[in-house]
Write a protein that binds this ligand. Structure first.
Ligand code: C5P
Length: 225
């Protein structure tokens, strides 16, 4: 069984307020993107990794990642376009499964990735890492209109693992229909296909703001102890 990985890394990271994409911020000695790619390289079931990088990104060639043997593909307008570009690049030699992991989640534990792979492959269906919602959740605008019962709420994390052909079809269809797709699972759900929720560590955070970056620096130093 073959598994290929896709790392969408073509965002501009506007919410970080930098003049370069957020994945080039450093955590200790390395950039966020290098940490993420090294984590994936530590998972032996992954045969090959494709990284979606913006066409005019001049920072990527400067990274110390030659030894990882990755393939670079062009990013797209939205995250889903970047992932679809990578899937199309794989079509000539398609894998059975494809695992998508955000560049901005360098804290993922290889053990959690292996857990997701084990669950999905034994069930023969796709799934995602997710963590149970811990906060009390309100729905509303200026005022709270409702407190949403949280016992069935999950926070979607990455990686997300699906059968290659199913994800290719789901993303292509969703993008053509103009649906808003913020992760792979939402495209699969639109096809009426199951998405298994596999509990992962809640410290697998997506670095979006400067506060997230500060927290990630702390969490990484704990992980490396
Ligand atoms: O913006 P956000 O943090 O939700 O992006 C999630 C991931 O998707 C990031 O790793 C980002 O680089 C990537 N992305 C992409 N192509 C885009 C937008 C975001 O690969 N057009």
């Amino acid at each position: 069984i073959s598994i290929a990985a896709v790392v969408p890394a073509a965002g501009v990271g506007a919410r970080m307020g930098l003049n370069h994409p957020k994945q080039y911020l450093k955590i200790n000695d390395k950039t966020i993107l290098e940490h993420t790619l090294e984590k994936l390289a530590g998972v032996k079931q992954i045969d090959h990794t494709f990284v979606a990088i913006s066409k005019d990104d001049a920072y990527f060639p400067e990274l110390d990642i030659e030894h990882l043997g990755l393939s670079r593909v062009d990013g797209g307008k939205e995250r889903a376009d970047s992932v679809l570009n990578a899937l199309k690049a794989m079509s000539a030699n398609p894998p059975k499964w494809v695992l998508v992991h955000d560049a901005a989640r360098p804290l993922v534990e290889p053990k959690d990735i292996e857990k997701l792979i084990a669950h999905c492959l034994s069930a023969g269906e796709g799934g995602i890492l997710a963590s149970k919602v811990k906060d009390t959740i309100k729905r509303g605008g200026q005022y709270s209109e409702e407190t949403v019962p949280r016992d069935q709420l999950w926070q979607a994390l990455t990686p997300q693992l699906f059968i290659f052909e199913e994800l290719l079809h789901a993303l292509d269809t969703a993008l053509k229909s103009g649906a808003i797709i913020t992760d792979e699972a939402s495209a699969i759900e639109l096809q009426g296909k199951p998405v298994r929720l596999v509990e992962g560590r809640s410290d697998n955070i997506k670095i979006t703001t400067p506060e997230d970056h500060a927290l990630a620096c702390f969490l990484m130093s704990q992980q490396q102890k």
